[in-house]
Design a protein around this ligand. Structure first.
Ligand code: TXA
Ligand code: MG
Length: 329
């Protein structure tokens, strides 16, 4: 039932097929530069509802609407004049803007909120799809609770047989989900850290006094409803461990997820290690993180540990995901 389309050539005619699936109310998993998305036509409530069913997604968790270009934004949402330039600077790219929604967007997309998250992905295939099919509502293309898919293989693992079409365009460039900025408040508010870092945003939003970072209070409903769920999480026990303490897991019945540098420094001959990237090149860690988390459940080891990382720049976004993936006791 699921058609898998391998696309390395942007002008492959199969994009037309995927586009027709969307126009006919079907679901298409497609690549973006962050993670793979599970798309439905954003203006078709019946199609949008299918996304929630297929993923097992909680009803109160709104979807991001993907557009081919900024011109489409004004049809769907209100953009304050003062933000036009910063939005342009960050578009297309791995950033989602939360804006006041217009009537045209069905409540199924926004889980009843009066705001909508919109994003113009830089990935050429995502762009072509939105150009041809119109605005696409899409969460990450995983089953709810699992790590987001960063390649088609992971999408197939979760969604084969459940959706009409999966587009395979190789690995996602960033590997973690878009940065979400709420522009409906007094100050720009980062709801989810992502590939564009807080430091970069402070620079870009300088004239507005920088951005604030949203930390949900434990007793309140979070502004990005999705952020309250344990996420990206393996079924097995996963613990976070400081690099200098990781040695004690060498050759134990535990899978060690760590950076290349930590392996070289502390774990030279250990066999139970999987490299998540290079400390010196943190974007490689972002790119491999979710595949590594998926490996925890597939590996023969009954538990796993992951190296604790710093919290500056892109590391902050990576640690945000790791903290949601580790087991709470
Ligand atoms: O990179 C990404 O953002 C990927 C690709 C496919 O675009 N998408 C993605 O979607 O990560 P999802 O559904 O897994 O995460 C969307 C997050 C959720 O935490 C949701 O609560 C939040 O965005 N969100 C969506 N619309 C919102 C809104 N109107 N107000 C606040 N948060 C919103
Ligand atoms: Mg998701």
């Amino acid at each position: 039932k699921t058609k898998i389309i391998k696309i390395s050539d942007l002008y492959n005619d199969d994009i037309q097929y995927a586009c027709d699936v969307l126009k006919n109310g079907g679901l298409v998993a497609f690549p973006t530069e962050t993670v793979y998305g599970l798309g439905a036509c954003a203006l078709n409530p019946t199609a949008v509802k299918k996304i929630f069913e297929v993923k097992g997604r909680p009803q109160d968790n709104p979807l991001i609407v993907h557009l081919a270009s900024l011109e489409q934004v004004n049809e769907l949402a209100f953009v304050e004049e003062k933000y036009v330039n910063v939005i342009k600077r960050l578009t297309p790219g791995p950033v989602t803007f939360v804006l006041k929604k217009k009537e045209i967007i069905p409540p199924e997309v926004t889980a009843g909120l009066d705001t909508v998250g919109v994003r113009v992905p830089a990935h050429p295939i995502a762009q072509r799809l939105a150009q041809c099919a119109g605005p696409i509502a899409a969460p990450s293309a995983n089953l709810s609770g699992k790590p987001s898919p960063t390649d088609a293989k992971s999408v197939i693992e979760d969604l084969f047989g459940l959706v009409e079409c999966i587009i395979d365009a190789g690995e996602s460039a960033f590997g973690i989900e878009s940065t979400i900025i709420d522009l409906t408040r007094e100050r720009p508010l980062v709801l989810r850290p992502g590939p564009v870092t807080i430091e970069e945003l402070n620079e870009i939003f300088k004239e507005f006094g920088g951005v604030e970072f949203y930390i949900p209070k434990s007793d309140e409903k979070p502004l990005a409803p999705g952020m309250k769920y344990r996420h990206y999480a393996p079924e097995k026990v996963l613990k976070m461990v400081e690099p200098e303490k990781i040695q004690q897991y060498a050759d134990k019945d535990v899978l060690i997820l760590c950076t290349l540098e930590t392996l070289e420094k502390y774990l030279r001959n250990a066999k139970n290690v999987h490299i998540i990237g290079e400390y010196a090149k943190p974007y490689t860690i972002a790119q491999n993180l979710y595949k590594s988390l998926r490996l925890v459940d597939k590996s023969p080891y009954p538990e796993a540990v992951i190296e604790k990382l710093p919290e500056e720049g892109i590391f902050f976004s990576i640690m945000n995901r790791i903290k949601k993936a580790v087991s709470k006791f």
